[in-house]
Structures are given as structure tokens and as C-alpha cells.
Design a protein around this ligand. Sequence first.
Ligand code: AMP
Length: 282
Amino acid sequence: MQQINSSQQMQAFALESRRSGKSIALVPTMGFLHEGHLELMRKAREKADLVVVSIFINPIQFGPNEDLDRYPRDLEGDLNKCQSVGVDVVFTPTPQELYPDHFQTTVAVSDITKVLCGASRPHHFQGVTTIVSKLFNLTLPNFAFFGEKDFQQLAVIRRMVIDLNFPLEIIGVPIVRESDGLAMSSRNAYLPTRERADAPELYKALTYAKELFSQGNKNSAKLCQAVSEQLNKNIESDFKIEYIGIYDSLNLTQIKDTILAPATILIAVHLGKTRLIDNLQL
Ligand code: AMP
């Protein structure tokens, strides 16, 4: 396994590999890797000749009062984990390498970035689409793997790839969960004991909505209300619901009344100081 820090070297490696007929799978991450990330890498390993993992805490996708400075890091542990699943290249650029002085270009997807997480994090998705475009240009992947954990992010990237004609395939990977149902996330490391004990309630409430749905309850507002009631009943720590919404799984438009198309219920909750997101296909 190679570690590459420079953009120029990364792109030269990718160009040479593609010219010699090798396919490349990219797994973009912000590090502090867990089983969810490793699952993306295993899927990438099955699909392409070369697996490139990027580890980069992208400053421009964090808002001014978010957790950029305290985002967890463990490069040595991450490199060992990448090695254990057969990654070929780990790309670890610095912020200065990717955003040198005078950097002033961004990539933005308009409508679907305004709802859900985009409503409270107005610059977040533009930061994501800009870095992902740069990573595509530097690693020249045939396939790029993203987790369904960040369901809106996956939809935004799919939109961008279609709209800007990126010559690659986006592959979504189902959410990997802890044994108690909590969706794995690097940010779970922030949770103190009490909040960690409450955190699985998000998935339990989503599962409850899915049960109601399969029993014939097709009204979106009522299902969201049921999720909210479950959370209020079962969470003991301080928490605030940021959103609960049901969206068309394909084009991410909100379903306000009767659910007729394939739909996903999405949720964001602030549990103490930690913001958690989760979603479930109904
Ligand atoms: P992050 O390091 O949080 O930016 O995540 C990097 C990639 O891993 C993104 O595509 C995430 O959606 C994906 N990911 C993170 N957590 C999980 C999980 N629990 N299951 C599946 N994919 C995940």
C-alpha cells in the first residue's frame, strides 16, 4: 500500500494506471475509520483493479460553529485499517495542498441541497461537491463509493455526476450499524455514556415508522409525528430534533401526504452537543 500526499503525484499515478488499462475505485473519507468505511472499501476492492481511499477533513464543508477543530483523527490507525482490507493507495493531502492561496472555484448543486441537512448547513453541500469534484479529477476513478448513511449527500453527488457528465459510476453502500442499531459514524466518538445509551433510539424510531408503514399507514405527516413522539418518550438526555422528513428515494422531493413512490424517512437529532443523522427506506 502506498501513501500519497501530493495532488500532482496522485493524478500522475491515476493517469498512468488508467493508461495501462487498470480500473480505479475511489472511497472518499474524512478518516477516523470504522466498519462503515471499511465496508465501502471492501465493495470497492471487489469492483476495481486499484482501490484509492482519500482521507481528508475538508475544511470548506464545515460551518463556522461546527466541529472542524475537534473532528477526531487517527492517521496511523486508519492506514492499518486500509491495509487490512487491501487498499492500494491512501491519498492524504493537506488543506494547503488542495486549497492553495487564491483558490476561488466551487461546484454547487442547487435545489436538493436546500432541504434537510442543507437547511441548517447552508454551505455544507457546496463544500462536499467541490472536494468530491477535485478528488474525481485527481484520482480519475471508474467507480466511486459513498455510504447511504449520508443519504442526501449520495443524492447530491449522483445529481452532480449526471449534470456535469463525470465519466464514472457512483455506487451507494447500505448503512453499517452497531449491534444496538446506531448507525456507525466517526462522530459517535463524541457521545458521552448517557447520550450513547440514548443514540440507538433514532434507529428504533425509524424502524417503528417502517412498521406502521408496512401495516398500511401511508400518511407522511402522521408517520413523522409518530417518530417524534417515540423520541420524546424514549430519549432521556437533552436532545433537539432538527428534522424528520419523508422523501422520494430517487429524486429527494418531499412527500407531504400519501406515500405512493419508494420513500425514505430521514432524521437529524442533536443529542447533547452531537448532531446525529440516520435514515431508513420505508
Ligand atoms: P465520512 O468519513 O464521515 O465523510 O464518510 C465517508 C464515507 O463513508 C461517506 O460516503 C459516508 O456515507 C460513508 N459512511 C460513513 N458511515 C457509514 C456507515 N455507518 N455505513 C455506511 N457508510 C458509511
